[in-house]
Ligand binder design. Sequence first.
Ligand code: CMC
Length: 421
Amino acid sequence: MAESITITDNRTGESAEIPIVNGGVESSEWRKLLPGIWFSDPGIATTAATSSAITYLDGENGVLRYRGYPIEQLAEQSTFLEVAYLLVHGELPNTAQLDGWTDDITHHTYIHENFRKRVFDAFHYDAHPMGLLTSGVAGLSTFYPEAKDIEDPDNRRAQIVRLIAKMPTLAAAAFRFSKGLPFVYPDNELDYPSNFLHMMFQVGDTYEIDPALHRAMQILFILHADHEQNCSTTAARVVGSAHADPYSSIAAACAALYGPRHGGANEAVLKMLADIGSYDRVDDFIASVKAGEGRLMGFGHRVYKNYDPRARIIKGAAHDVFAVTGKNPLLDIALKLEEAALSDEYFISRKLYPNVDFYSGLIYQSLGFPTEIFTVLFAIGRTPGWLSHWDEMLEQSSRIARPRQLYIGADERTYVPITDR
Ligand code: CMC
């Protein structure tokens, strides 16, 4: 027998039976029975805003798959560009397809000279790179007005390639601007992570990267590549549902990612570890979190009520990086924090586990990235995910996002002139 629920309006005695399909019930049936009665769902925590074939996430059991492939297998065996292809196209590429995709992305890495000379130069010298990146991505829409034709799938694909290609260039330009360093042009001979590191760090001679650190970059980008309907993806979808161009939609995603509850948490974790400062102050810090004086950044997740599988992979990758760079001095504090939290009733009862941001900052720091660029790194990794969801949404000819509210304000009242107030 097909699964269903029955809802009854106790005011009238009328009922409706609604089938459960793919784990959801259609709100249209609810609306027919209860016009004008809205589902109260703060934080959109219980609403499936779409059906999606991109990422499967089981937060209770700590499972994450892109297009059906377990994140552990992709992190171990794949590359970021291959994963980007998988997310966008739905299938892993064959050799010819991957070569074509890589070539396409490699040859769209340049940004217009006006960006460097006029757009970035307009910012204050110590501008946060996420502010620069968000503005830069929004600004791209003015350079590619044809991107507004969002009905044409080929045109959409062209913008997807451009955005994946240009994010590292914009990110590195934002970083070098904020450091007062000269801009480094993309090198089309380099692969995606190497090219990004070259644009970030080259000063004088060719920047050489250790293979273990190169692999760590691939893994970090792969782990961040998608996470279904998270805050920034939802922001991109909401803006995209108004049929804005993809650059404006992805700029909205960048803005959402910037927040410390979301992608900004990796930066906040490093600040927290530095503030704690020493191993023997961990217990006091945990006590202050339990007293409500702040949060343990890099812990907790709306969907994971188990160990975030990405955090497990990153913890492993961290050791490979530290074998080359030497141990990050903040690692011991992080390990003790994790141990203390995982054995504490406060965190156990609330199912708070390390998330992707808990260990990623330690690796980024050991790779030489300054803290303020961490969220930018997250944004580069997440771009294929954002774009896959944007593309899928337009394929599904979705409706404009327009939630309802439960009005709790004043009843109608009469305007009082200011002299009588
Ligand atoms: N430290 C201490 N207490 C916490 C934490 C934390 N990190 N996270 C949640 N709680 C408590 C919270 O105070 C609440 O307790 P109570 O029931 O007594 O009021 C309970 O756990 C449930 O928290 P919530 O705020 O209702 O949970 P949420 O699903 O709305 O928020 C979250 C999820 C990720 C925003 C939150 O866990 C948090 O702020 N974590 C720290 C920031 C962070 O690491 N963010 C990165 C998330 S993963 C990467 C990404 O998505 O970008």
